[in-house]
Design a protein around this ligand. Structure first.
Ligand code: MSP
Length: 526
């Protein structure tokens, strides 16, 4: 099937998450990647682009086969039972993807077979004996020099020696080409440290890639179209999902398709597969490469990796239930710098909530809506001529924040986007202290400046609310309603964020505190 291709441009945004192993339990790491994709999609939509957001599950492989056997089920039925946990969690976390792809979906199976047949017909796949050390839990072959004291260099578990006939993809011959591509496209791998890591990896000889498993050992996979005794090995099948999902999509415009993706979001653990295997596979298939692959770091707990055996796995739903979906999303986006590791702590999360959301944002909205209620009969008053430097500064800061949001989103610096928006909110709180509307309200001579002050603060907060929308869609909807602004994001970024959106005479309903202060739960107090 011909893939409708698009030159990467700025009119549409196609983002993917890794497809998660269906037998894993969704944790904060999975939630982080998927929320990040959701936030980026919402920003790009706000910027006026056509967007497409893909996530899903990776369902083939030995571990699933074994788990299904242990449960006395067919693998597909087992997967059907597991996949809902991811879908439900994404629903509960306010994630709005466009397609949830499963590697067992018939269109995916068909397309993987089509790619395999094409590569085989053109000599890009060949069969050869394969001897290696095999890590069963990781489903990975290692060479003699890779293994460490008879153990898997990745997970440390014992490997077994295996020799068998297999199929290989001629990956090695693309090494030079890939190095050139990476050097010629500095934005291809993000951040730079990861690009250097990949270039370092490519300094060594790049072997061919074993892409099959005999059915005698692994039956649960996509059958090779040219040899029905074999299935394709999970990564080959998994990566292709990113293209499958675009095949039947309505094109964003008559001139363009959805492939290549604008952004693959991945964790640092799957860089080699995405930055080496995947580009070479695409090259061999004659398809263009994604514009960018961004690898984020790990969420750790007490500086350590999360694991079931350590019993320190952080469950996203527990936190979202305890503290609210939007505050949870806010924390993950605010406290992680894309690319670096970050230790998760519930205490940090509560402190972040109290300082940014309760003290700064919630307090500002509460103060301003209450004062409009008290001093202006609950309606927006027209700003008067009085006013000066202070007002111009707030307005200028709002404009700068609108611009920097757009440019920082392009560089994936969501934590900085948030920090800038909160900078605007804090400036409003300081401005209120300077103008002291409660004093201006004391006599008639202050009326004009009072109106200006209330308008300026409410309007700056409205803009902050629009800008934070992708991170906290529900709470910012409430925020905008409290200010009497529309929570609908129609109208385009420039229109929604230009100064003067609040109409004099409109009611400002106010309402419940948006972010009530949190106390540290007893079990977290030291
Ligand atoms: N199925 C493969 C991906 C195939 S993509 C074509 C896979 N699945 S996974 O279930 O193990 O999830 C992988 C992703 O989960 C990681 O790349 C990363 O995005 C995320 N994370 C898993 N643990 C993580 C943390 N502790 N912290 C942050 N993200 C991590 O690999």
């Amino acid at each position: 099937m011909a893939v409708p291709v698009n030159e990467p441009d700025s009119s549409r945004f196609y983002v993917t998450t890794p497809i998660y192993y269906v037998n894993g339990t969704p944790h904060i790491g999975h939630a982080y990647t998927t929320i990040l994709a959701d936030v980026l999609t919402r920003y790009h939509r706000l910027f006026g682009k056509a967007t497409w957001f893909l996530t899903g599950t990776d369902e083939h492989g030995l571990k699933v086969q074994e788990a299904a056997e242990a449960a006395g089920m067919e693998p597909k039925a087992y997967c059907d039972g597991m996949v809902g946990r991811f879908m439900e969690l994404w629903e509960q976390l306010g994630i709005r993807y466009d397609r949830f792809i499963r590697t067992t979906d018939p269109d995916h199976v068909a397309y993987v077979q089509e790619v395999l047949q094409d590569l085989f017909d053109r000599g890009e796949i060949y069969s050869a004996p394969y001897q290696g050390w095999y890590c069963v839990p990781d489903e990975r072959f290692w060479t003699e020099k890779d293994i460490e004291d008879g153990n898997c260099p990745d997970c440390g578990r014992t490997v077994i020696e295996l020799e068998e006939e297999n199929y290989f993809f001629r990956m090695g011959k693309y090494r030079e080409w890939l190095i050139e591509h990476i050097n010629a496209n500095p934005g291809f791998i993000h951040p730079d440290s990861r690009r250097n890591e990949v270039l370092g990896f490519l300094k060594k000889d790049l072997g061919d890639l074993c892409i099959s498993r005999p059915k005698s050992r692994l039956a649960w996979g996509i059958t090779l179209p040219f040899d029905s005794d074999y299935v394709t090995y999970v990564w080959f099948d998994a990566l292709i999902n990113y293209v499958t999902a675009t095949l039947e999509l309505e094109a964003p415009s008559p001139e363009e398709g959805w492939w290549p993706a604008d952004l693959h979001l991945i964790g640092k653990d799957i860089i080699t597969t995405h930055c080496v295997y995947w580009p070479t596979m695409l090259k061999a298939a004659g398809l263009p490469l994604p514009a960018r692959i961004a690898a984020h770091g790990w969420w750790l707990v007490d500086e350590e990796k999360m694991s079931k055996s350590r019993g320190n796995v952080v469950r996203p739903l527990d936190l979202a239930t305890r503290y609210g979906v939007d505050p949870f999303r806010y924390f993950l986006m605010r406290d992680m710098t894309v690319g670096l590791d970050r230790s998760f702590s519930e205490v940090d999360m509560i402190q972040r909530y109290n300082s940014d959301l309760a003290n700064d944002l919630g307090n500002a909205v509460n103060r301003v809506t209450k004062m409009i209620g008290r001093y202006s009969d609950g309606v927006i008053a027209a700003p008067g001529a009085a006013g000066g430097e202070e007002e111009r500064e707030i307005e200028a800061l709002a404009r700068r924040t609108v611009e920097s949001t757009r440019s920082l989103v392009e560089t994936l610096a969501i934590n900085q986007v948030i920090e800038e928006i909160l900078g605007l909110v804090r400036a409003v709180n300081r401005y209120l202290e300077v103008r002291a509307p409660w004093n201006l309200a004391k006599d008639e001579s202050g009326a004009e400046l009072l109106a200006t002050t209330l308008y300026t603060s409410a309007e700056a907060l409205r803009i902050a609310g629009v800008l934070l929308g992708p991170v906290m869609p529900t709470r910012t909807g409430d925020l905008l309603r409290q200010l009497g602004a529309s929570p609908e994001s129609e109208g385009g970024y420039d229109a929604l964020t230009s100064w003067g959106g609040l109409e004099p005479g409109d009611p400002v309903p106010g309402g419940e505190g948006l972010f009530p202060r949190l106390e540290l739960p007893e079990d977290l107090q030291v």
